[in-house]
Ligand binder design. Structure first.
Ligand SMILES: Cc1ncc(COP(=O)(O)O)c(C=O)c1O
Length: 369
């Protein structure tokens, strides 16, 4: 790839994509501070604050790890930390498929429970596999919010099923959900759940957040090998001993995280979830008036709507037109499979119903709906 010079004058765009999303001004400003050392007391103050605030926000007693990485890190780390041999990955779209691919690349024996794209994972199917298989699955790994299809999987019920199998750990990719869709982590036996800072947490990219159960921690301790960078033992023990991270973190993003977590705690997890539910409901109603919704009915995401292009509009041209005329950016369908057949609106983080309406008005205008 040839160098393309970075320009100085890009127009500001409002982001309605499924992450990164809009970040508050005061949160962005936090990043512009003189640097300090990652072994200073100040770092302990910062890191312990963001970890404990995140536990409080999520309402979990599990350990929380915040690493300089994107959510992808925890696909890899959770597999290395928990899986000796067998992992079951229900797949219902691009991201769950990628989770399975990661585990395969790490040499694990991966069984997929495959669904059509747009369909949701059903707890009874997971039970059937766990009951009938001769294999002992170390992990069932499920995506909470399949960002490619806009499906919100019933991870609470799936967690209740997996909890009946004490040797099987439940890993949830909540990258595009956590922060905008409330989940009671401890009540449903979720051993590992992770998210990226740039999604419904509405922070800059650069950090991945992961809540880890005591059982998952112990499981890793008893294993011969595990992830070094994302090892639960290494990250959690370091926190317990020093209140810091094992290696140098993205300090500016952590400063932003601290500021945004204040806003999130002030709003509250359930209230934030309710605001996202309202945005999703508005977007679905709008979609049904002009197009249709893509996900299986009853399983629509609270943070990303995937809309079926039943009118055959030129999706790419509409995205471009809305960006040029309104400076709003939304997304096409994911990958070659859904590229023009669907489009996606990210209603997460700092958005509210009114700001989503501004986007849908702009789409109506540009597409002539
Ligand atoms: C469901 C899901 N999982 C994983 C990822 C990967 O996250 P990241 O790009 O932060 O590594 C994404 C990114 O969009 C996602 O939507």
């Amino acid at each position: 790839m040839e160098k393309r010079e970075y320009a100085e004058d890009y127009p500001e765009k409002t982001l309605y994509i499924p992450g990164p999303t809009e970040v508050r001004e005061d949160v962005i400003e936090e990043m512009a501070q003189p640097m300090f050392g990652h072994r200073m007391d100040r770092m302990t103050d910062l890191y312990t604050t963001i970890v404990e605030d995140t536990k409080a926000f999520l309402g979990t007693n599990n350990d929380v790890v915040i690493l300089t990485a994107s959510g992808t890190e925890f696909w890899e780390a959770s597999t290395l930390n928990l899986v000796d041999e067998n992992i079951l990955v229900p797949t219902c779209g691009s991201f769950s498929e990628r989770h399975a691919n990661v585990a395969e690349r790490l040499g694990k024996d991966v069984d997929r429970l495959e669904y059509e794209w747009g369909d949701a994972i059903k707890p009874e199917d997971v039970r059937d596999v766990l009951e009938s298989s001769e294999k002992q699955y170390d992990v069932v790994a499920t995506v909470m919010n399949e960002s490619s299809t806009g499906v919100r999987n019933p991870i609470e019920e799936i967690g209740d099923v997996v909890a009946e199998y004490p040797e099987t750990y439940f890993v949830v990719d909540a990258v595009s959900a956590l922060g905008g869709d409330h989940v009671d982590i401890d009540a449903h036996g979720i051993d590992v759940i992770f998210a990226s800072s740039q999604k419904a947490f509405a922070m800059p990219p650069g950090l991945a957040v992961c809540a880890v159960s005591e059982e998952a921690y112990s499981r890793e301790v008893g294993k011969d090998s595990a992830s070094w960078y994302g090892g639960f033992q290494r990250t959690i023990d370091y926190y317990d001993r020093k209140g810091q991270t094992h290696s140098t973190p993205a300090i500016p993003v952590m400063l932003a995280y601290r500021e945004q977590m204040k806003h999130m705690l002030e709003e509250g997890h359930e209230e934030r979830s309710e605001r996202h539910r309202e945005m999703a409901e508005y977007t679905r109603d709008w979609a049904r008036e002009h197009f249709d919704t893509f996900p299986e009915a009853g399983y629509e995401s609270q943070t990303v709507s995937c809309i079926e292009n039943t009118q055959g509009i030129d999706v790419a041209a509409t995205i471009e037109g809305v960006s040029e005329e309104y400076d709003y950016v939304f997304s096409n369908g994911y990958g070659s499979q859904l590229g023009e057949e669907t489009f996606r609106i990210g209603h997460m983080g700092e958005h509210d119903r009114d700001s989503i309406e501004k986007l849908t008005d702009a789409i109506e205008d540009v597409a002539g709906l």
